[in-house]
Design a protein around this ligand. Sequence first.
Ligand code: CU
Length: 191
Amino acid sequence: MSVFVPEKYWWKPLGPDERLWLWVCVATAVVLSLMMPLYNLLGHQNPSHESYQITPEKFNELTEKFVSENTVREEIVKQKFGATEIEKKIPVVRPALGVKDVYLRARAWEFYPILELEEGREYRVHMSSMDYQHGFSLQPQNINFQILAGYDLVVTLVPRESGEFYVICNEYCAIGHHTMIGKIIVKNKEE
Ligand SMILES: [Cu+2]
């Protein structure tokens, strides 16, 4: 049985053009790799985050606990699916003093609860999905994250601006996707 053995390898000897291209490739790879940490520190981009594994059941339990301990009122939210319009009550949750971990549950097709945060205070916002892949897109700031079932995505943030902000799902999640809109309210300390 004969084994094919090439008589010569293309990189032996290495031609000047090939050598130049290899250096271009190496330089590009180095520049692109450096851009990752540098842009994270210097660029205007989404805040970095942590991610942990969690079951939807456990995340749901933590969310329900957070909601039951910190709810201040409820808001009626309307959703339109074709000709049908439904109304539901979504709790507005204002984390008590000292509560840093806040939970935002995504599922078809709602963000739950409505968060009411304080300007200048640091929070760890936990996000996870109960079913499909969803997207967290904070508008008009254009801050975006993917929300996946089985993962607890933690974003540490300090709200710098008061007002009402909308969370749009920007990952297509079937029939009610267009109705999946959440809300984050940011208030001054005095409010
Ligand atoms: Cu969605």
